[in-house]
Every structure is written in C-alpha cells, then in structure tokens.
Ligand binder design. Structure first.
Ligand code: ADP
Ligand SMILES: Cc1ncc(COP(=O)(O)OP(=O)(O)O)c(N)n1
Length: 510
C-alpha cells in the first residue's frame, strides 16, 4: 500500500471533532512523523477543548468490520490503540490483534479519563485493559492510569511512579512509557521502563527529562505522543530512540501551541511545529521539482523566524549594547562551558560516522578545539568558581544532540550540530560589530568574527549538504533536527536573562 520508506500506522481510537485529541490528533501526529495514517473508530465523541458532551459507541460487529477491512488489505507497520470505551470493545480489539496483527508493534495508550474529568472507559472495563497489556509492545499510561494498571492507588511522586511502572512491566511483560504530565512540578518527565531479567530490579529505567511548558494547550498530548511513538517504531527506530524523539517533538509542539488559536478551553498542541510539513507554499513548490535548492539553504530559510527571535532577544541585545548584568554574563559563560563539554562529545561522535578521512579529521579536530575553548573558559573567566549546575535549556540542547547521535544517522548528527556553527557565526558577526574600546565586554566580543570559525562553518555546511545527498530519505528528520537545534540556540541565549538566577543556583551579584 504505502511507498517504500513510508510506514503504515493504524490508530484504533475514539474521535475528537475539534481535532486536538483522539483519532484526529493521531492522524496529524502520524503525518508529522512521515507515516501513512489509518483510522478505525471505536467511539464517536462529541467533545471540544472545553470537555466531553456525549459518547456514541457503534456496534462491536461494525468495529470488527472496520478492523478487518484494513487488515485484509493493508500491510500494518504499527498499531496505536487509544480510547476503547467498554469491555466488549477491548475484547474485540484483543481478538483482532491475536488473529490479524501478529508480530506488528502495538502502542497502547490506556485512555481512561480525559483531563477534563470525563470518563472515556467504563469502570468495569479496567481489568479488560489490564489483560490487553500482554498484547502490547509499549503501554503509555499517565499517573492515574498507571495506578489502575498496577491495581494500586496512584503514585504520589515520581520515584513511586517509576517503581509502580516497574511492577506493571514485570507483571505483564510490557515496556511502560510512564508519563509525568500530571505531576505538579516545573518539569514534565517521562520514563521508559522495560523488563531486563539481569537488572537488579528486573527492569531498565531510562528517564526522559523535559521542562514543563507553561501553556494550557495540553489537550490530546497523550494521544499525540503515543501515535508519534508508534510511527517512529514503525519506521525502524528502537523503542528507546523513538521515545526520546517523540518526547522531544511533543515538547516543541507544546511550546509552539500558542501559534494556533483553537477553542476557548485547553487547546491542542501544534503537531506540525518544527517539521518540514510547515514549509511555505513557495518552499513546497521548490521542493516539488524544478529548481533544486541546496537542502541546507532551505533549512536556513525555514528557521528565519526563530533566528530573528534569537537576534532580537534581550540577551543578545544587552550583550551588544553592554547593558548585560555581569552576573547574568557569568551565568551564561558557566552554561557555555557545560554545553561545550557535551558538544565536544557529539562532534567526536560525528567523526565516527563520517564517510571519509578528511571529514573524520574535521570533526575530530573540531572536538579538540571545542575542549580547548571549554578549558580556556575555565582558566580565564570561570577560575575559582564552583561548578555550575546545568540549566534545563542546557540539558535540553545536549539531550537533543545526543538523541541525534543515538539514531546512528550521520546526516541527523550533521544537521543537529550545524546551528551551533551557523547561527553562532551569524550572531557573532552582529556582536563583533558592536565592539568599541569602552564596551564592558569588548574582550569577549573580540572573540567573535574569527576567520577560522567562518571557514569551519562553511565546511560543516558542505558536509551536511553532502550527507543529505547521500541519504535523501533522512532529509525530513534532519531538517527537523536542524530546526530544533536552532530553537534551542535561541532558548540557550534567552535563558540568562529570562531566568531567576537564584532559582537556578547562581549566587547573588558580587
Ligand atoms: N505542560 C507540559 N509541558 C511539557 N510536557 C507536557 C506538559 N503536559 C504534558 N506533557 C507531556 O505530554 C505527554 C502526555 O502527558 P500526560 O498529561 O501525563 O498524559 P495524558 O495526556 O495521557 O493525560 C507526556 O509526555 C508529558 O510529559
Ligand atoms: C477520543 C479521545 N481519546 C482520548 C482522549 C484523551 O486525550 P489525552 O491525549 O489523554 O489528553 P487529554 O485531552 O485528556 O489531556 C480524548 N480526550 N478523546
């Protein structure tokens, strides 16, 4: 059915006519990850961003007819299951999975109660969903759902949730992606808990940290995350890499949800934020044929808005005009040192996947220079200071780069590391021009605009272009990685002026 390279993903779920949750969100999420989305409706739900009004369940025989219509005809690369509603629907889906989807990865979002408080699963169907766990590859409960799957009260904190997820994983032989969206904290971590017989507790726990996005547009986050996960698994990613990528994508979709204006209640996430699905019509035409624009030029153009935000941001403006408070500058340098430490490792990893000796030498040398720059920072500007704790923006940027390395794709890594050259050079030119002898940061501004860095940036662009030509199927994901790194450059520059420094562990100004 689908073209080679495009994964066919089936969502079995209820509807949300306002488009933020349920099957409508699933299809957007699948498309945003380059999959071919299909949908079997379990329940028709009259709902919008303010809550659920009514639920209508089609007869179970008709549900089966829909499922068979798909599996009789189409190859399935993954199945995502969402709202099931009743025990008889659960039983029918379980029977179909056993007969018609053997060997297909199944991501089960055990939808029970919407965040609006409305029930989407009858209480007597909870044990049936528990029984479905043995047929799932990954289950993605929020904290209340995890408690029900464990047949225990909901976990009161994150460590208890991880322990509870371990018990569910071991009892049902399923990998649990436990979601921390319901925690009342400044972060919104998830964790992948999978069975490993030789681990001390019988499970492996991989945490997926994330800063909590301050927005009320969280309608459908669970649906969107599980569909992204299913699509990434279908396209060949390991569950661990798929979970990291899906989580990173969702955070960006939440951050850019304000660009949409849907409904009066809890609005939807921006499924196509940061993906090349948001190309302008002109860019689509260019991509469709005729003039072939260099891939890296299109990435540069598609990030223009974000780059302008960086350039016009309070930190860059204050550094340029000299009004930046010294403690904020120091805090920036301390984060820069932490970042360079992690970035050097990522550059060294790029050397390992480079296609020839010349490029290998380029990345290896870049890693060494990065370490030198970090050491210089410690010796000349941070000497005698206690080591700083990494800020969430620093952690997010490094996590993103490491996730690119974990995919094993040289193109993805080349794209992810590129903004640190290209955007930094761009901003550096602007800052270099702001120099004058009485400028309080003149010696620092003098470090920008270096000819060697300029040449290295050109080479990094050239290598990314070559990697794109060698791996055309990887270009959309690489474009997303470039976009995300550019957005993280913006957030990294913004953090020293946006944060309350005491909250982030910076001592008061001397
Ligand atoms: N405000 C937020 N900021 C960042 N991530 C969030 C936020 N709210 C939810 N998430 C993430 O969205 C996903 C769904 O979370 P959760 O709300 O726990 O589940 P559900 O939508 O099923 O109730 C998780 O990855 C969670 O970490
Ligand atoms: C049809 C349908 N399915 C699931 C949900 C719940 O969505 P979820 O992603 O868990 O997010 P909330 O909207 O509950 O936060 C739904 N509302 N409708």
């Amino acid at each position: 059915m689908s073209a080679p390279g495009v994964s066919a993903v089936l969502s079995i779920a209820g509807t949300d006519p306002s488009g933020g949750a349920g099957i409508q969100a699933d299809l957007k999420s699948i498309a945003a990850h380059g999959g071919y989305g299909m949908a079997v409706v379990t329940a028709l739900v009259a709902q919008n961003t303010t809550g659920v009004r009514e639920v209508h369940l089609p007869p179970v025989d008709f549900l089966r007819a829909q499922l068979d219509a798909v599996s009789d005809d189409v190859r399935l690369d993954a199945v995502k299951i969402g709202m099931l509603g009743t025990a008889s629907v659960v039983a029918e889906v379980a029977d179909w999975l056993r007969t018609s989807a053997v060997g297909v990865p199944v991501v089960l979002d055990p939808v029970m109660v919407a965040t609006s408080g409305d029930r989407l699963l009858e209480a007597d169907a909870e044990s049936a969903v528990r029984a479905l766990l043995t047929l799932a590859t990954v289950v993605t409960p929020n904290l209340p759902e995890l408690g029900i799957l464990a047949a225990e009260p909901p976990a009161a904190d994150w460590p208890s949730a991880l322990a509870q997820a371990g018990r569910v994983a071991r009892a049902h032989g399923v990998t649990v992606l436990v979601k921390g969206g319901h925690l009342e904290s400044g972060s919104s971590p998830d964790a992948l808990v999978s069975v490993r017989a030789d681990a001390p507790d019988g499970v492996d726990v991989v945490e997926l940290p994330a800063e909590r996005v301050r927005t009320r547009n969280s309608h459908g986050t669970g649906c969107s995350l599980s569909s992204a996960l299913a699509t990434l698994i279908a396209s060949g990613e390991t569950v661990a890499v798929a979970a990291a990528l899906a989580k990173e994508w969702l955070s960006e979709a939440l951050r850019r949800s304000e660009e949409l204006d849907v409904g009066r209640g809890r609005g939807p996430v921006n499924h196509f934020a940061g993906s090349l699905g948001t190309l302008s019509p002109a860019a689509r035409l260019r991509a469709g044929g005729g003039v072939r624009e260099p891939v890296t030029s299109s990435w540069w153009r598609d990030t223009e808005t974000v780059r302008r935000q960086t350039e016009r941001g309070a930190f860059v403006r204050a550094l340029a005009d000299g009004s930046l408070a010294p403690e904020r500058f120091d805090a920036y340098l301390a984060q820069d040192a932490i970042y360079l430490d992690g970035y050097a490792d990522v550059l060294a990893a790029a050397a390992l996947t480079a296609p020839d000796d010349q490029e290998r030498a380029f990345w290896a040398d870049a890693a060494v220079q990065c370490r030198d720059a970090e050491m210089q920072l410690h010796l000349s500007r941070l000497s005698g200071r206690a080591a700083a704790r990494p800020w969430p923006t620093t952690v997010a940027y490094l996590d993103h780069l490491r996730t690119a390395v974990a995919t094993g794709s040289h193109l993805r890594v080349s794209a992810a590391v590129l903004p640190c050259y290209w955007v930094y050079r761009d901003i550096g030119l602007l800052l270099h021009e702001a120099r004058h002898p009485a400028h309080p940061y003149d010696d620092w501004l003098a470090t920008y605009g270096d000819a060697g860095f300029d040449e290295a940036t050109e080479r990094a662009i050239g290598y990314a272009e070559r990697a794109a030509a060698a791996d055309p199927d990887g270009v959309p994901a690489a474009g997303s990685a470039f976009y995300r790194s550019t957005a993280l450059e913006r957030d990294f520059f913004a953090a020293p002026v946006e944060r309350d420094l005491r909250e982030l562990g910076v001592p008061p100004a001397r």
